[in-house]
Write a protein that binds this ligand. Structure first.
Ligand code: FAD
Ligand code: 2HG
Ligand code: ZN
Length: 443
């Protein structure tokens, strides 16, 4: 029997029925699946053996890390086996000379951040789900977060990678060479492949120097256009800006109510800016923000944490109002203010009583559009995503396509591009063993 064979590989403590467990429900509660098998291999060899048994029985797997994904890509919506990386969670000792760290795929982002900080370095990928999201999951989704502006997305941190393909073969670039032009970039291909091409098992990650001190500033603005003009001015004049985050009055007041953190002042829109600090930089920021009347500078680490909670806790605060439809999009910076107005109108046109909350990584043109109280899901998907396409944006900036956006991929990718992606999938996973129901549109 299938489950007996899997038990023989990993031991009975590490195989169980998914019914009633958190492994079958996504973070938002919107995507609920079913599986008779959740398996937690304890080594790459066990993982390869598990895949062999899965293949032999004509089944497929959904790789799962921290299950914080927001596009329904990490749960078994069609009875797939859940392949959990929770036991592959070793974090190596950071190499301070080469500024890198070797980790297993199931290690959390936070555990890597802590290891880096302990030696005066920093892992620059950061976002609200850091305590649960894993390195494997962030590589598979090419996660972004608040520091992309300065350090790039997860793909830019991956110096080396090891992954197991559907047939059990291993691709590895764990030497982590800075320069290596020997053929196709398999490491880059795995980043953002959402578990469809290989199961990431280990990585070598780039670390950056920790800042001696940071300046964190909350700026109040009358409109999105004003907010984007502040972002533009600050980012243009300085290359030490780590983050520039956009929030609305509604998002901030809701988050303040849920978390108990005080809001320093009332404004229609807010920009939260963080920069590494030198005396010069403080003067530059002060000059650039001179025309802004609503400015709060975090004068202490606890004040800084409080300002960041107002941003980080948006997702969990919105979740207290119900299960939102989530859209994670990029639009060109110059059309971002127009897009914010247009997307609100587009949602209202198809779901009159729905509420739209917009926030995100302003400097990247990456907005999170959360729609609450809409029953006509398909109509709202279409309204929001065609509005994105009309503004020449992308339907996924950082969360990935998953199952939630797969039928809309054509809005962002041409037919030729989708055909090329299908050809890659067919070549590496001809039997559809790895996450067969995500990313590519249904045939
Ligand atoms: P999972 O949810 O378990 O899986 C996500 C996808 O990766 C699935 O398709 C899964 O099959 C695949 N996968 C997982 N592990 C592997 C592996 N080892 N090998 C191959 N495929 C694998 N995302 C951002 O980009 N930026 C943000 O700012 C951000 N903020 C968030 C805030 C909150 C509060 C929450 C809940 C989520 C946020 N996310 C954000 C989304 C989410 O945290 C990321 O997508 C993250 O990368 C998922 O990691 P995970 O380990 O939870 O992956
Ligand atoms: C963030 O930036 C995350 O906080 C989550 O990407 C966005 O909840 C969301 O829509
Ligand atoms: Zn985000």
């Amino acid at each position: 029997m299938f489950v007996d064979e899997i038990r023989a590989v990993v031991g009975s403590d590490h195989v169980f029925d998914g019914a009633g467990t958190s492994h079958v429900v996504d973070w938002t509660g919107r995507f609920v699946g079913v599986t008779d098998t959740v398996v937690r291999p304890g080594s790459i060899h066990e993982l390869i053996e598990v895949l062999r048994v899965v293949r032999a029985h004509g089944r497929s797997v959904v790789p799962q890390g921290g299950n914080t994904g927001l596009v329904g890509g990490g749960v078994p919506l069609r009875g797939e086996v859940v392949l959990s990386t929770s036991r592959l969670n070793k974090v190596g000792v950071p190499d301070t000379a080469s500024r890198r760290i070797e980790v297993e795929a199931g290690a959390t982002v936070e555990s890597v951040q802590i290891a880096a900080t302990s030696v005066g370095l920093r892992y620059p990928v950061d976002f609200g789900a850091r305590a649960s999201a894993t390195i494997g999951g962030t590589i598979a989704t090419n996660a972004g977060g608040v520091n992309v502006l300065r350090y790039g997305p997860t793909r830019a941190q991956v110096l080396g990678l090891e992954a197991v393909l559907a047939d059990g073969s291993i691709v590895s670039t764990m030497a982590g060479l800075l320069k290596d032009n020997t053929g196709y970039d398999l490491r880059g291909l795995m980043c953002g492949s959402e578990g469809t091409l290989g199961v990431v098992t280990r990585a070598v990650l780039r670390l950056v120097p920790a800042h001696a001190s940071v300046t964190t500033v909350l700026v109040g603005c009358a409109s999105v256009a004003d907010a984007m003009s502040v972002v533009g001015r600050v980012c243009h004049a300085s290359d030490t800006i780590d983050a520039a985050e956009l929030m609305s009055r509604r998002g901030v007041s809701l988050t303040s109510r849920v978390t108990g953190e005080a809001v320093p002042f009332e404004a229609e829109w807010y920009v939260l800016i963080e920069s590494s600090t030198s005396q010069d930089q403080e003067a530059v920021l002060a000059r650039l923000l001179a025309g802004c009347s609503l400015v709060a500078v975090a004068g202490s680490p606890s004040r800084r944490r409080a300002l960041w909670r107002l941003r980080d806790e948006h997702t969990s605060s919105i979740a207290t109002l119900g299960t939102p439809l989530k859209y994670d999009v990029t639009v060109p910076l110059e059309s971002l203010p127009r897009f914010v107005a247009a997307v609100g109108e587009a949602v209202t046109a198809v779901a009159r009583s729905a509420e739209t909350i917009v926030f995100g990584h302003a400097a990247d043109g990456n907005l999170h559009v959360n729609v609450l109280g809409a029953s006509a899901e398909q109509a709202v998907d279409e309204a929001v995503l065609t509005c994105v396409a009309a503004h020449r944006g992308s339907i996924s900036a950082e969360h990935g396509v998953g199952t939630a956006k797969r039928e809309w991929l054509h809005l962002t990718r041409s037919a030729d591009e989708i055909a090329a992606m299908r050809a890659i999938k067919r070549a590496l996973d001809p039997d559809g063993v790895l996450n067969p129901n995500v990313l590519l549109p249904p045939l």
